[in-house]
Design a protein around this ligand. Structure first.
Ligand code: HEM
Length: 530
């Protein structure tokens, strides 16, 4: 008895240690089994790729954390070729024949669970995984995105552009010139436009000269959350919390709340007699397959999509277009003389219409610059993943069993020398002007800035319209030069190119995950002499 009482605590302690050891041993064995299966027995086991990805240990998650997706994936393809295993169950590829197969209309490949994190409470166009459900949503919401409506919406873009020009003028008023941070300024414009088109009123950021609504951190948190949680769905909630703490702002939920407020305000105004034909009024008329009207919640979700998908992307492209044109004196001069000539010939007037901006008698340098920008700096460099359907599929000459995931990154595909030439890494708009019909067809087939096929960006024309109006207007009205980096310049981040190379001559800093976002894009601006 005495022995028993003396030994009991010791016995208990040993029992805890044993239990802990057994638990640790089991976890370690499970971890080894997981890695061994990933490396040697998984259906994608034979594919080349970074070891972390082949072990199934979150290579994509690391890219989301390090913001280095585009160039890191490109380097893996350079090392391993057409197909690279990027996650336990996902392969990235660059073969253009796979584009048609994976993304085509009527195809059977569906979106992967990656997209569930783009979802508000109800599935949106972007976040719906199944093709059938998506087709129904797309049918219901497409009246908000037609070309006919687009033309009517132009006047709202004009009024936002007026606010932007007024902001520039205020900034340069005192001394005739100013250093302007173009990354945030163009984002303010894109937000105001989204406000006009989707909610019936500009958010007024350009008029205020700052992000009065706190959108920027919210959008950053949203996009970061989507990429991070989407690459590790089982830990999604924890990762969203991590992003919230790191960025210091809530993402998806906060955006949803903003949209709800904006839609509610619009509904209240409509009750007071306000009426206008815009994207929101079209969404209000949208119908479900059973003929029922879209609920307020459905309208809010569709409007959140526009906010989340339509502002950053357009701002990124406008910044890139300006950076590439202004960064090359010869091209800058050519674009300016093209604009001046068109004005003299009476083919271009301000406010610039989309029709005038795109209609040119000869192949246009401006349009070639836009095409080249969409190629070299696609706003979405992340892979666009899809699930291989029942029966499996042969892609890029390799058989993928059903349930495995396949993906393509616009950033990597757009740098294929086979499609764009040996100078594919450089901005050379002439390639779109010089190419014969066959080469142009190949280049177009390899251009997936807006995705491809049934899930292609539904807002593409809205973006193109906005960019076509805004950039030539700014180039015509102002002289731009990159603000040189120096001890007294406002830069705090190093210059970083879109291909990840640190370069002190670079006017901005690029981070690459779901979006390839530029920051600290300072330019010295003054009014242009006529
Ligand atoms: C330069 C600007 C833009 C770029 C580069 C861009 C890029 C993309 C890409 C790559 C996709 C396909 C994603 C995938 O397949 O995984 C997409 C889809 C989508 N985009 Fe855009 N986008 C732009 C502008 C816009 C605008 C202005 C809007 C809204 C007004 C918008 C709304 C959407 C929506 C709702 C989808 C989902 C479409 C569907 O699945 O049916 N985008 N976008």
């Amino acid at each position: 008895m005495v022995d028993y009482f003396v030994k009991l605590p010791l016995f208990d302690t040993m029992s805890h240690v044993d239990t802990l050891l057994a638990l640790a041993g089991s976890l370690f064995a499970a971890f080894l089994a997981y890695i061994s299966y990933s490396l040697f027995f998984h259906p994608l086991a034979g594919l080349p790729g970074p070891l972390i990805a082949r072990m199934g240990l979150g290579w994509m998650t690391i890219r989301a954390l390090k913001h280095d997706m585009g160039w890191t994936l490109q380097e893996e393809h350079r090392k391993h070729g057409q197909i690279v295993r990027v996650a336990r169950n996902m392969a990235s590829m660059v073969d253009p024949s796979a584009i048609t197969e994976m993304y085509r209309y009527g195809g059977k490949f569906e979106k992967t669970s990656f997209y569930t994190f783009f979802r508000a409470e109800k599935p949106s166009l972007m976040s719906t995984l199944g093709n059938h459900a998506h087709a129904e949503l797309r049918r219901a919401e497409s009246p908000a995105y037609t070309m006919t409506l687009l033309v009517e919406l132009e006047e709202y873009v004009d009024s936002c552009l007026e606010d932007l020009v007024a902001l520039f003028n205020r900034k340069i008023e005192a001394s005739g010139k100013a250093t302007i941070e173009m990354a945030e300024t163009l984002q303010m414009l894109a937000m105001d436009v989204v406000g006009e088109l989707a909610f019936g009123r500009s958010f007024g950021l350009c008029a205020a000269g700052e992000d009065t609504e706190g959108f920027f951190p919210m959008l950053e948190s949203f996009v970061y959350s989507c990429a991070l949680a989407g690459s590790q769905p089982w830990a999604g909630k924890a990762l969203i919390l991590f992003v919230m703490l790191r960025v210091g702002a809530r993402g998806p939920q906060a955006l949803g709340e903003k949209t709800t407020k904006a839609v509610q305000e619009r509904l209240a105004k409509m009750k007071e007699g306000f009426d206008r034909n815009d994207m929101l009024s079209k969404l209000m008329k949208a119908k479900n397959p059973d003929g029922s009207q879209y609920s307020t919640r459905q309208i809010e979700v569709a409007a959140t999509s526009i906010l989340g998908a339509g502002s950053d992307t357009t701002a990124i492209t406008m910044r890139a277009l300006m950076r590439y044109i202004i960064g090359d004196k010869k091209i800058y001069d050519k674009v300016l003389s093209e604009i001046e000539e068109a004005i003299e010939e009476g083919n271009l007037n301000f406010p610039l219409t989309y029709a005038e901006g795109t209609k040119t008698s000869a192949p246009s340098v401006r349009q070639a610059c836009l095409k080249e920008t969409l190629r070299l700096h696609p706003a979405v460099p992340w892979t666009l993943p899809r699930v291989v359907p029942q029966g499996g599929a042969v892609l890029a000459g390799h058989f993928f069993p059903a349930g495995t995931e396949v993906a393509m990154s616009p950033f990597v595909v757009h740098r294929r020398p086979e499609a764009f030439g040996e100078d594919a890494a450089f901005f050379r708009p002439e390639r779109w002007l010089e190419a014969d019909a066959e080469t142009k067809k190949v280049m177009e087939r390899n251009l997936i800035t807006f995705g491809s096929g049934s899930r292609v960006c539904i807002g593409k024309n809205i973006s193109l319209m906005e960019i076509t109006k805004v950039v030539p207007t700014l180039l015509h009205k102002y002289d731009f030069a990159f603000t040189p980096r120096s001890a007294s310049s406002p830069h705090t981040k190093p210059g970083r190119r879109v291909d990840g190379v640190f370069d002190e001559k670079e006017p901005w800093h690029v981070a690459s995950q779901w979006f390839a976002t530029q920051s600290q894009f300072f330019m010295d601006v003054k009014a242009r002499e006529a």
